[in-house]
Design a protein around this ligand. Sequence first.
Ligand SMILES: [Zn+2]
Length: 309
Amino acid sequence: MRYFDLHCDTLSVCEEQGCSLRENRLQLSLARGEAYRPWFQCFAVWIPDEWDAVRAWERFERISQTLPLETAFCRTREDLLRTEAAGGCGAILTVEGGAVLGGSLERIPLLAQRGVRALTLTWNGSNAIGDGALVEHPRGLTAFGREAVLLLEKNGVAVDVSHAGEPLFWDVAELARRPLLATHSNARAVCGHPRNLTDAQFCAIRDSGGLVGLNFYPLFLRDGGKAARADILRHAEHFLALGGAQTLAIGSDFDGAQMPPDLPGVQAVSDLAEDFLRHGYPEELTGSIFYGNARRFFENLLATQKEEI
Ligand SMILES: [Zn+2]
């Protein structure tokens, strides 16, 4: 099957634990994902909100350099099309945490040059851009954050609002000119966690032509956290009822969170896709959620990047 995942933390965890991306005992390995052809995986470099400029950049550089050569590093539309045609594994580099900027706009074109194609503005706390979902009295975009969002868009880096607090989300929604992206967030109407999206937020992303990736973390799937694969369908059902057939995608959060017992790792994503088919979703819709919607979004995004000579 074809598979496109908007978020995992495996690259950061491999670097920290000194294990290989190809063969490991984590939730995601290249070896266990290669049954998906093609398989596009967004690999996030996680930067804690409170880290200073020097430490944050050093961590970004160290981890981003560990992407193995056996993945096709997708920086341009041509990279994506070539990988798709070959049925290979395409890696898309993202950063989770605007602290990577260290309060400096000059880092945005640098990140774009290094191949970063999405930036999650905050983690759960506060940084120079604004406040995340677990901040008690969250602010929206700072003056720096407003400039950063516009410059990210100009440099072809998608603005990821997963983890954003509500004021930050709405400031971005108002300011952004390009489609919004929530790489790994579920429906708050189904599970009341503040990391999940309200219906109004989902509809704003839908109307922008953006994407929402379904997150497999049990605490975001069911109140109380005792969740299984079937709960992912409840979130999909809810978003689809809001007209999300072209908005919905997958954002597993592999190696950034615990997983439901019946979805222990990347190898079980095909079981989840079968659940969708058995539930009665047509093949075309299931294919859009697991692949097509994200592929369309990234084809458009990467088309803004020039082929390197
Ligand atoms: Zn996250």
